[in-house]
Design a protein around this ligand. Structure first.
Ligand code: SF4
Length: 249
């Protein structure tokens, strides 16, 4: 395995079996001669969890729109395009309301287009032969000599800020000290700003990635989680129950 991302690390920590089903077995469902059970697993993988869907919708809307009003319309369109259940549509509407008052979104639209940096849809870095992926984010030249970033995410850990800064340095040669990072949780509209004085060192972050990658690479058993509460929200739960039953026979 030569990939790493915060999402992979999160899924691995959630449940080793989930990780295996999500990244390996579900992909086998794409083969033309795959059995129906694996095809179904693949379809389940493609279903976005409500939070993922919200973030994807907002990213798509913000990237496409040239003004806040248009962005909000795009976000709504995305919500209905995928025929999400009523509870999720409600979540989208709440998020859109939060974003109307979001200072980071306002700042993004306040600057002219040429000050926005062309950040790749999937930012990638390389470390010791490993491809490091992270989520989409937006970046722009905010004031002379400084760059601001905005990412929609329910997670606002130091690793996300670090990955943004690392990418901007690799791609645009912008020093970390000149970057002000903001993550907005769309479900609440709360903005999280990085406090660079509290950030772990880059060496520490790279060590964390290498250790996490090694743990995933060396895992061979992929056990079921013991925490049954996690299974309640798991998109693979019925398929997994069959596996469990077979394993205990
Ligand atoms: S149902 Fe539970 S054990 Fe199975 S993959 Fe999901 S979280 Fe893991």
């Amino acid at each position: 395995m030569t990939f790493w991302s915060p999402g992979r690390a999160r899924r691995f920590a959630f449940c080793k079996k989930f990780f295996r089903l999500y990244y390996e077995e579900a992909n086998q469902g794409l083969a033309p001669d795959a059995p129906e059970s694996l095809r179904q697993l693949n379809r389940r993988k493609a279903i976005l969890a409500p939070g993922e869907s919200l973030v994807a919708g907002l990213n798509a809307a913000l990237a496409k729109a040239g003004a806040p009003d248009r962005m909000l319309r795009e976000a709504e369109r995305y919500c209905f395009l995928f025929d999400r259940p009523a509870s999720e549509q409600e979540m989208f509407r709440d998020a859109i309301t939060h974003l109307k008052n979001c200072a980071a979104v306002e700042a993004y639209f306040a600057i002219s287009g040429e000050r926005r940096l062309p950040v790749d849809k999937i930012p990638v870095r390389h470390l010791a032969g490993i491809q490091i992926f992270s989520s989409a984010f937006f970046a722009w030249r905010s004031t002379p000599g400084r760059v601001a970033t905005l990412e929609f995410s329910a997670f606002h850990d130091p690793m996300r800020f670090f990955l943004q800064k690392w990418y901007l340095f690799d791609r645009f040669h912008i020093a970390a000290e000149r970057i002000d990072c903001t993550i907005v949780d769309p479900s609440s509209g709360i903005e999280f700003h990085e406090d660079p004085t509290q950030a772990p060192s880059p060496e520490e972050m790279l060590r964390t990635i290498l250790l996490s990658h090694a743990e995933m690479r060396d895992c061979t058993a992929f056990p079921f989680t013991d925490d049954r509460k996690r299974c309640e929200d798991c998109r693979f739960s019925d398929y997994c129950e069959l596996l469990r039953a077979r394993a205990s026979e």
